[in-house]
Design a protein around this ligand. Structure first.
Ligand SMILES: NC(=O)c1ccc[n+]([C@@H]2O[C@H](COP(=O)([O-])OP(=O)(O)OC[C@H]3O[C@@H](n4cnc5c(N)ncnc54)[C@H](OP(=O)(O)O)[C@@H]3O)[C@@H](O)[C@H]2O)c1
Length: 280
Protein backbone atom coordinates (compact mmCIF):
# COMPACT_ATOMS: atom_id res chain seq x y z
CA UNK A 1 0.00 0.00 0.00
CA UNK A 2 1.06 3.58 -0.58
CA UNK A 3 0.28 6.15 2.10
CA UNK A 4 0.00 9.90 2.52
CA UNK A 5 1.01 10.95 6.01
CA UNK A 6 -0.72 13.95 7.51
CA UNK A 7 -0.08 15.07 11.11
CA UNK A 8 1.43 11.65 11.80
CA UNK A 9 -1.60 9.74 10.47
CA UNK A 10 -0.99 7.33 7.58
CA UNK A 11 -3.81 7.52 5.04
CA UNK A 12 -3.97 4.59 2.58
CA UNK A 13 -3.99 6.05 -0.93
CA UNK A 14 -6.30 3.39 -2.34
CA UNK A 15 -9.73 3.08 -0.78
CA UNK A 16 -13.22 1.78 -1.45
CA UNK A 17 -15.93 4.21 -2.60
CA UNK A 18 -19.44 3.26 -1.50
CA UNK A 19 -21.76 5.72 -3.26
CA UNK A 20 -24.72 3.84 -4.74
CA UNK A 21 -23.87 0.70 -2.79
CA UNK A 22 -27.15 0.05 -1.06
CA UNK A 23 -28.33 -2.37 1.59
CA UNK A 24 -26.73 -5.78 1.38
CA UNK A 25 -24.36 -4.67 -1.42
CA UNK A 26 -22.80 -2.06 0.89
CA UNK A 27 -22.35 -4.67 3.63
CA UNK A 28 -21.08 -7.41 1.29
CA UNK A 29 -18.62 -5.25 -0.65
CA UNK A 30 -17.23 -3.48 2.44
CA UNK A 31 -16.72 -6.82 4.17
CA UNK A 32 -15.07 -8.32 1.09
CA UNK A 33 -12.90 -5.23 0.61
CA UNK A 34 -11.53 -5.57 4.14
CA UNK A 35 -10.81 -9.25 3.44
CA UNK A 36 -8.97 -8.36 0.21
CA UNK A 37 -6.82 -5.82 2.07
CA UNK A 38 -8.49 -2.43 1.65
CA UNK A 39 -8.04 -0.32 4.78
CA UNK A 40 -9.68 2.94 3.61
CA UNK A 41 -13.47 3.15 3.26
CA UNK A 42 -15.34 6.20 1.96
CA UNK A 43 -19.00 6.75 2.82
CA UNK A 44 -21.30 9.74 3.42
CA UNK A 45 -24.51 10.49 5.29
CA UNK A 46 -26.31 11.00 1.97
CA UNK A 47 -25.28 7.52 0.69
CA UNK A 48 -27.63 6.05 3.31
CA UNK A 49 -25.35 3.06 3.83
CA UNK A 50 -23.45 4.04 6.99
CA UNK A 51 -25.21 1.31 9.00
CA UNK A 52 -24.20 -1.43 6.53
CA UNK A 53 -20.64 -0.09 6.18
CA UNK A 54 -20.29 0.13 9.97
CA UNK A 55 -21.65 -3.39 10.47
CA UNK A 56 -19.20 -4.79 7.90
CA UNK A 57 -16.30 -3.03 9.65
CA UNK A 58 -17.33 -4.42 13.04
CA UNK A 59 -17.83 -7.95 11.73
CA UNK A 60 -14.68 -8.01 9.58
CA UNK A 61 -12.34 -8.91 12.41
CA UNK A 62 -10.02 -6.11 11.31
CA UNK A 63 -9.20 -3.90 14.31
CA UNK A 64 -10.99 -0.56 14.03
CA UNK A 65 -7.72 1.38 14.42
CA UNK A 66 -6.34 -0.30 11.27
CA UNK A 67 -9.17 1.11 9.14
CA UNK A 68 -9.25 4.65 7.76
CA UNK A 69 -12.96 5.58 7.69
CA UNK A 70 -14.31 8.70 6.03
CA UNK A 71 -17.82 10.10 6.11
CA UNK A 72 -19.32 13.39 4.94
CA UNK A 73 -21.81 15.95 6.19
CA UNK A 74 -24.66 16.61 3.80
CA UNK A 75 -25.43 20.11 2.58
CA UNK A 76 -28.53 21.17 4.59
CA UNK A 77 -26.75 20.28 7.84
CA UNK A 78 -23.78 22.45 6.81
CA UNK A 79 -26.15 25.29 5.92
CA UNK A 80 -27.77 25.12 9.36
CA UNK A 81 -24.38 24.66 11.06
CA UNK A 82 -25.64 21.35 12.46
CA UNK A 83 -22.28 19.62 12.08
CA UNK A 84 -22.40 18.32 15.62
CA UNK A 85 -25.84 16.71 15.29
CA UNK A 86 -24.96 15.29 11.85
CA UNK A 87 -21.69 13.84 13.18
CA UNK A 88 -23.43 12.16 16.11
CA UNK A 89 -26.01 10.61 13.79
CA UNK A 90 -23.27 9.29 11.49
CA UNK A 91 -21.26 7.86 14.40
CA UNK A 92 -24.40 6.24 15.72
CA UNK A 93 -25.16 4.60 12.36
CA UNK A 94 -21.54 3.58 11.79
CA UNK A 95 -21.39 2.13 15.30
CA UNK A 96 -18.02 3.68 16.05
CA UNK A 97 -16.74 6.36 18.45
CA UNK A 98 -14.83 8.32 15.83
CA UNK A 99 -14.19 8.62 12.13
CA UNK A 100 -10.72 9.11 10.73
CA UNK A 101 -11.86 11.86 8.41
CA UNK A 102 -14.97 14.02 8.24
CA UNK A 103 -15.66 16.15 5.17
CA UNK A 104 -18.04 18.95 4.30
CA UNK A 105 -19.62 17.20 1.28
CA UNK A 106 -20.09 20.36 -0.83
CA UNK A 107 -19.42 24.06 -0.32
CA UNK A 108 -22.50 26.18 0.30
CA UNK A 109 -21.78 28.86 -2.26
CA UNK A 110 -23.75 31.74 -0.77
CA UNK A 111 -22.62 31.13 2.82
CA UNK A 112 -19.47 32.48 4.45
CA UNK A 113 -16.81 29.76 4.31
CA UNK A 114 -15.81 30.50 7.90
CA UNK A 115 -19.25 29.40 9.14
CA UNK A 116 -18.83 26.14 7.21
CA UNK A 117 -15.39 25.20 8.51
CA UNK A 118 -15.34 26.42 12.13
CA UNK A 119 -17.96 23.81 13.19
CA UNK A 120 -15.99 21.22 11.21
CA UNK A 121 -12.87 22.03 13.22
CA UNK A 122 -14.85 21.57 16.42
CA UNK A 123 -15.54 17.93 15.45
CA UNK A 124 -11.80 17.33 15.51
CA UNK A 125 -11.32 19.23 18.75
CA UNK A 126 -14.11 17.16 20.36
CA UNK A 127 -12.46 13.90 19.24
CA UNK A 128 -15.24 12.82 16.86
CA UNK A 129 -12.86 12.91 13.87
CA UNK A 130 -9.09 12.51 13.68
CA UNK A 131 -8.83 14.62 10.55
CA UNK A 132 -11.05 17.11 8.75
CA UNK A 133 -11.41 18.16 5.14
CA UNK A 134 -13.67 19.37 2.38
CA UNK A 135 -15.06 18.10 -0.89
CA UNK A 136 -15.94 19.81 -4.17
CA UNK A 137 -14.44 23.18 -3.16
CA UNK A 138 -12.89 25.30 -5.91
CA UNK A 139 -9.45 26.86 -5.48
CA UNK A 140 -10.77 30.12 -4.05
CA UNK A 141 -13.05 28.34 -1.57
CA UNK A 142 -10.21 26.04 -0.52
CA UNK A 143 -7.88 28.96 0.13
CA UNK A 144 -10.60 30.68 2.18
CA UNK A 145 -11.25 27.46 4.10
CA UNK A 146 -7.56 27.04 4.94
CA UNK A 147 -7.42 30.68 6.06
CA UNK A 148 -10.56 30.54 8.20
CA UNK A 149 -10.34 27.07 9.70
CA UNK A 150 -8.78 26.91 13.18
CA UNK A 151 -7.60 23.33 12.50
CA UNK A 152 -5.51 22.14 9.53
CA UNK A 153 -7.45 20.67 6.62
CA UNK A 154 -6.02 17.27 5.74
CA UNK A 155 -7.96 16.48 2.60
CA UNK A 156 -9.88 17.68 -0.40
CA UNK A 157 -12.00 15.18 -2.32
CA UNK A 158 -12.90 16.05 -5.93
CA UNK A 159 -13.77 14.37 -9.20
CA UNK A 160 -10.60 13.36 -11.02
CA UNK A 161 -9.87 10.88 -13.79
CA UNK A 162 -7.96 10.86 -17.08
CA UNK A 163 -10.72 12.77 -18.89
CA UNK A 164 -10.78 15.69 -16.43
CA UNK A 165 -8.03 18.26 -15.95
CA UNK A 166 -7.84 19.17 -12.25
CA UNK A 167 -4.45 20.83 -12.33
CA UNK A 168 -5.39 24.04 -10.43
CA UNK A 169 -7.04 22.41 -7.39
CA UNK A 170 -4.42 19.66 -7.32
CA UNK A 171 -1.67 22.27 -7.16
CA UNK A 172 -3.47 24.01 -4.28
CA UNK A 173 -3.87 20.75 -2.38
CA UNK A 174 -0.18 19.96 -2.80
CA UNK A 175 0.73 23.47 -1.70
CA UNK A 176 -1.04 22.82 1.61
CA UNK A 177 0.39 19.26 1.73
CA UNK A 178 -3.15 17.92 1.78
CA UNK A 179 -4.21 14.59 0.44
CA UNK A 180 -6.21 15.00 -2.78
CA UNK A 181 -8.75 12.18 -3.06
CA UNK A 182 -9.94 11.43 -6.58
CA UNK A 183 -13.60 10.53 -6.68
CA UNK A 184 -15.10 8.81 -9.73
CA UNK A 185 -11.44 7.83 -10.34
CA UNK A 186 -12.22 5.64 -13.34
CA UNK A 187 -14.79 8.12 -14.63
CA UNK A 188 -17.60 5.77 -13.57
CA UNK A 189 -16.29 3.30 -16.14
CA UNK A 190 -16.16 5.80 -19.01
CA UNK A 191 -12.35 5.76 -19.23
CA UNK A 192 -12.09 2.01 -19.64
CA UNK A 193 -12.79 1.63 -23.36
CA UNK A 194 -10.48 4.45 -24.38
CA UNK A 195 -8.05 3.04 -27.01
CA UNK A 196 -5.00 4.80 -25.54
CA UNK A 197 -5.76 3.42 -22.07
CA UNK A 198 -6.37 -0.01 -23.58
CA UNK A 199 -2.93 0.16 -25.24
CA UNK A 200 -1.20 1.16 -21.98
CA UNK A 201 -3.04 -1.68 -20.23
CA UNK A 202 -2.03 -4.23 -22.83
CA UNK A 203 1.61 -3.11 -22.71
CA UNK A 204 1.68 -3.46 -18.90
CA UNK A 205 -0.30 -6.75 -18.92
CA UNK A 206 -2.93 -5.13 -16.71
CA UNK A 207 -6.56 -4.09 -17.22
CA UNK A 208 -7.65 -0.54 -18.15
CA UNK A 209 -9.08 -0.01 -14.63
CA UNK A 210 -5.78 -1.09 -13.07
CA UNK A 211 -3.68 1.29 -15.15
CA UNK A 212 -6.06 4.20 -14.49
CA UNK A 213 -5.91 3.56 -10.73
CA UNK A 214 -2.13 3.20 -10.90
CA UNK A 215 -1.97 6.52 -12.80
CA UNK A 216 -3.70 8.20 -9.83
CA UNK A 217 -1.34 6.68 -7.28
CA UNK A 218 1.76 7.70 -9.21
CA UNK A 219 0.80 11.36 -8.72
CA UNK A 220 2.01 13.18 -5.61
CA UNK A 221 -0.58 13.52 -2.81
CA UNK A 222 -3.28 11.65 -4.79
CA UNK A 223 -5.56 8.88 -3.46
CA UNK A 224 -8.30 7.03 -5.38
CA UNK A 225 -11.53 5.49 -4.10
CA UNK A 226 -13.08 3.31 -6.85
CA UNK A 227 -16.50 1.80 -6.26
CA UNK A 228 -17.71 -1.56 -7.50
CA UNK A 229 -20.48 -4.08 -6.90
CA UNK A 230 -18.31 -6.87 -8.32
CA UNK A 231 -16.03 -8.90 -6.08
CA UNK A 232 -13.78 -9.62 -9.08
CA UNK A 233 -13.40 -5.91 -9.85
CA UNK A 234 -12.83 -5.23 -6.14
CA UNK A 235 -9.87 -7.64 -6.06
CA UNK A 236 -8.51 -6.46 -9.43
CA UNK A 237 -8.67 -2.79 -8.36
CA UNK A 238 -6.50 -3.64 -5.36
CA UNK A 239 -3.96 -5.55 -7.44
CA UNK A 240 -2.00 -2.49 -8.59
CA UNK A 241 1.05 -2.54 -6.37
CA UNK A 242 3.20 -4.91 -8.45
CA UNK A 243 3.85 -2.70 -11.46
CA UNK A 244 4.73 0.88 -12.34
CA UNK A 245 3.66 3.00 -15.28
CA UNK A 246 6.55 4.52 -17.22
CA UNK A 247 6.84 8.29 -17.68
CA UNK A 248 5.69 7.68 -21.26
CA UNK A 249 2.56 5.79 -20.08
CA UNK A 250 1.74 8.57 -17.60
CA UNK A 251 2.11 11.15 -20.38
CA UNK A 252 -0.17 9.19 -22.69
CA UNK A 253 -2.90 9.16 -20.04
CA UNK A 254 -2.40 12.84 -19.13
CA UNK A 255 -2.83 13.56 -22.84
CA UNK A 256 -6.49 12.47 -22.70
CA UNK A 257 -7.66 15.32 -20.47
CA UNK A 258 -10.57 17.30 -21.83
CA UNK A 259 -12.26 20.57 -20.90
CA UNK A 260 -15.73 18.96 -20.83
CA UNK A 261 -14.81 15.76 -19.05
CA UNK A 262 -16.68 16.46 -15.81
CA UNK A 263 -19.35 13.90 -14.88
CA UNK A 264 -20.60 15.19 -11.52
CA UNK A 265 -21.99 18.71 -11.90
CA UNK A 266 -25.15 19.27 -9.81
CA UNK A 267 -26.92 22.61 -9.64
CA UNK A 268 -25.36 23.37 -6.23
CA UNK A 269 -21.79 22.96 -7.58
CA UNK A 270 -19.39 25.90 -7.20
CA UNK A 271 -17.92 27.73 -10.17
CA UNK A 272 -15.32 25.16 -11.17
CA UNK A 273 -11.71 26.11 -11.79
CA UNK A 274 -10.50 26.21 -15.36
CA UNK A 275 -7.99 23.45 -16.06
CA UNK A 276 -4.74 23.97 -17.91
CA UNK A 277 -6.00 22.20 -21.04
CA UNK A 278 -9.13 24.39 -20.97
CA UNK A 279 -7.07 27.55 -20.85
CA UNK A 280 -4.92 26.45 -23.77
N1 LIG B 1 -17.49 13.75 -2.70
C1 LIG B 1 -18.35 13.60 -3.67
O1 LIG B 1 -19.16 14.51 -3.98
C2 LIG B 1 -18.37 12.31 -4.46
C3 LIG B 1 -19.02 12.25 -5.69
C4 LIG B 1 -18.96 11.05 -6.40
C5 LIG B 1 -18.28 9.95 -5.88
N2 LIG B 1 -17.69 10.03 -4.65
C6 LIG B 1 -16.97 8.87 -4.04
O2 LIG B 1 -16.12 8.29 -5.02
C7 LIG B 1 -16.44 6.91 -5.18
C8 LIG B 1 -16.12 6.43 -6.58
O3 LIG B 1 -16.75 7.21 -7.56
P1 LIG B 1 -17.97 6.68 -8.45
O4 LIG B 1 -18.72 5.70 -7.67
O5 LIG B 1 -18.68 7.90 -8.94
O6 LIG B 1 -17.27 6.08 -9.76
P2 LIG B 1 -16.02 5.13 -10.15
O7 LIG B 1 -15.44 4.48 -8.96
O8 LIG B 1 -15.13 5.93 -11.04
O9 LIG B 1 -16.73 4.07 -11.08
C9 LIG B 1 -17.64 3.12 -10.63
C10 LIG B 1 -18.09 2.30 -11.84
O10 LIG B 1 -16.96 1.65 -12.40
C11 LIG B 1 -17.20 0.25 -12.51
N3 LIG B 1 -15.96 -0.48 -12.17
C12 LIG B 1 -15.28 -0.44 -11.00
N4 LIG B 1 -14.17 -1.21 -11.08
C13 LIG B 1 -14.15 -1.74 -12.31
C14 LIG B 1 -13.27 -2.61 -13.00
N5 LIG B 1 -12.18 -3.10 -12.42
N6 LIG B 1 -13.56 -2.95 -14.29
C15 LIG B 1 -14.65 -2.46 -14.90
N7 LIG B 1 -15.55 -1.63 -14.32
C16 LIG B 1 -15.28 -1.26 -13.03
C17 LIG B 1 -18.31 -0.06 -11.55
O11 LIG B 1 -19.11 -1.10 -12.07
P3 LIG B 1 -19.14 -2.55 -11.36
O12 LIG B 1 -20.01 -2.37 -10.16
O13 LIG B 1 -19.76 -3.40 -12.42
O14 LIG B 1 -17.73 -2.90 -11.04
C18 LIG B 1 -19.10 1.25 -11.51
O15 LIG B 1 -20.08 1.26 -12.54
C19 LIG B 1 -17.93 6.87 -4.80
O16 LIG B 1 -18.38 5.56 -4.59
C20 LIG B 1 -17.93 7.78 -3.60
O17 LIG B 1 -17.42 7.07 -2.47
C21 LIG B 1 -17.70 11.20 -3.94
Amino acid sequence: MLFHTFDGIDIPRLGLGTWQLEGDDAYRITLKALEVGYRHIDTAAIYENEEEVGRAIRESGVPREEIFLTTKIWNPRIEKEEHDEAMKESLDKLGTDYVDLILNHWPINDMEIKRQVVPLAKLKEDGHAKLIGVSNYNQEQLLQAVTDCPERLANIQCEYHPMLDQDPILKSARGFDMLFTSYSPIGQGSTLDNPAIERVAEWNKKTPAQVVLRWHLQQANVAAIPRTTSEDHLAANFDIFDFELSAEDMKTIYGLMKPDGRIIDPKWAPKWDTGVTEAA
